[in-house]
Design a protein around this ligand. Structure first.
Ligand SMILES: NC(=O)c1ccc[n+]([C@@H]2O[C@H](COP(=O)([O-])OP(=O)(O)OC[C@H]3O[C@@H](n4cnc5c(N)ncnc54)[C@H](O)[C@@H]3O)[C@@H](O)[C@H]2O)c1
Ligand SMILES: [Zn+2]
Length: 381
């Protein structure tokens, strides 16, 4: 079964989404490539080991000259240091606007390749074949291309859209549970922001839904993501202002999804402190996160000054303060007098964090090591 739908961001920018459960991935050998001369395929090294034979066989049927470039999926490669290597690959092989770039991998590969394709010749045509849940429901859906700088994550970027995003659920079967959890953390976030249906599917099926439900989860997540993105590019950032700093302070040993799950817990407690959400609602959401198996733990030895300092580098921060995405319940994003962000100050956040870290039940030492587990089992302090 194949599900197709599309979204239009601007007059020129439409993403055609395909969600597929075909184990043979026949769509890859049959998509319309008539308008393109050659293929430039940028693929995650790991994905190439697992899926390379099948993917090459399918792509060969188009009978195009094809160039492959394998990239290790590490955050350090989503950077200005690595970017010229990819540009060299395109330039050396005389890639031009008649060619098609195909990005195959998780969020790291998609962010890197989409940034490179958006800048090379001011925009090459490209399609994505995301192979992780984050890639499918997030990195491939909103046209937000990203590179990290030395100090900050995702701070360089452009808006640029793949023509097609091909999402086959079988790629997810070879994801580790650890990586899959990172994706479910974003799915949960979209549920909190705008889809009670998603939350109920996660509550019912956890992180191992049957294939038809998994396809539904992906479709609903993408639709929710697109809806939110159209409102404002940064309103999907629930848990991200607190979470990106957690991710960075761990030197990326805590992965994105686990970091933003923790960031969501902090944001919920912050909203409670500000009288925006009830304690019962916060507890209900945290219990749901426990049930679904998402991270709710926070590092004991975290440096609060550093935490706030990093939050001040967030895209929603300015010299005057910082803006947070908050909710007052499931499907109830903060909105007041036309403002969709809650404005606060570094001092207010610091005072809150000091109190929160003294009282929160799930503060543990070496959180990154704890989170390496496939299944999270929580122990109160
Ligand atoms: N641009 C956006 O809108 C956006 C949105 C969300 C996340 N992101 C970015 O995405 C990145 C995270 O993405 P991710 O979680 O997909 O991580 P990732 O790309 O690092 O992939 C995770 C791991 O899974 C491996 N892998 C990929 N596909 C696999 C498969 N099918 N089977 C087995 N292993 C596989 C990779 O080699 C890697 O080790 C972060 O850099 C984040 O900032 C971007
Ligand atoms: Zn995210």
């Amino acid at each position: 079964m194949i599900k197709k739908f599309s979204t239009t961001y601007t007059k020129e920018d439409t993403i055609n989404f395909i969600i597929d459960d075909d184990e043979n991935m026949d769509w890859i050998s049959t998509f319309d490539s008539n308008n393109f001369s050659r293929f430039f395929i940028v693929i995650d090294k790991e994905v190439d080991k697992l899926w390379g034979n099948l993917l090459r066989k399918k792509l060969e049927t188009h009978d195009k000259e094809s160039f492959f470039f394998k990239v290790e999926a590490i955050e350090q490669n989503k950077s200005l240091d690595f970017y010229p290597k990819l540009i060299d690959f395109l330039e050396k092989n005389k890639c031009n606007l008649a060619d098609l770039v195909i990005a195959i991998g998780g969020g790291i590969i998609i962010d890197l390749v989409s940034f490179a394709t958006s800048t090379y010749m001011r925009g090459l045509p490209f399609i994505t074949i995301p192979t992780t849940l984050i890639g499918q429901i997030d990195a491939s859906t909103a046209g937000k291309t990203c590179l990290n700088t030395k100090e900050s994550k995702n701070v360089l970027g452009t808006f640029y859209y793949p023509i097609i995003s091909y999402n086959n659920i079988h790629f997810l079967k070879t994801n580790t549970k650890y990586h899959l959890r990172q994706g479910y953390s974003e799915v949960f976030k979209y549920g909190l922001l705008s889809s009670e249906k998603l939350i109920s599917l996660l509550e019912k099926y956890g992180q191992l839904p049957p294939n038809d439900i998994l396809m539904n989860i992906i479709k609903l997540s993408i639709e929710t993501r697109v809806k939110i993105r159209k409102k404002h590019p940064l309103v999907s950032n629930l848990g991200h202002t607190f979470g990106h700093a957690i991710e960075k302070m761990s030197d990326f040993r805590i992965l994105h999804g686990d970091a933003i799950s923790a960031g969501t817990v902090v944001a919920l407690n912050f909203a409670e402190k500000k009288g925006l959400i009830t304690k019962e609602e916060v507890l209900k959401i945290i219990n749901l996160m426990k049930k679904i198996g998402l991270n709710i733990c926070i590092e004991k030895n975290i440096n609060i000054d550093k935490w706030v300092e990093l939050m001040m580098r967030d895209k929603k921060s300015s010299a005057h303060g910082m803006d947070l995405v908050l909710i007052s319940g499931i499907e109830k994003p903060y909105e007041k007098d036309g403002k969709i962000f809650y404005a606060t100050t570094p001092d207010a956040v610091k005072a809150f964090l000091e109190g929160f870290m003294k009282n929160y039940d799930y503060i543990i030492s070496d959180c990154a090591a704890f989170l390496k587990k496939d299944k999270l089992v929580y122990i109160n302090k």
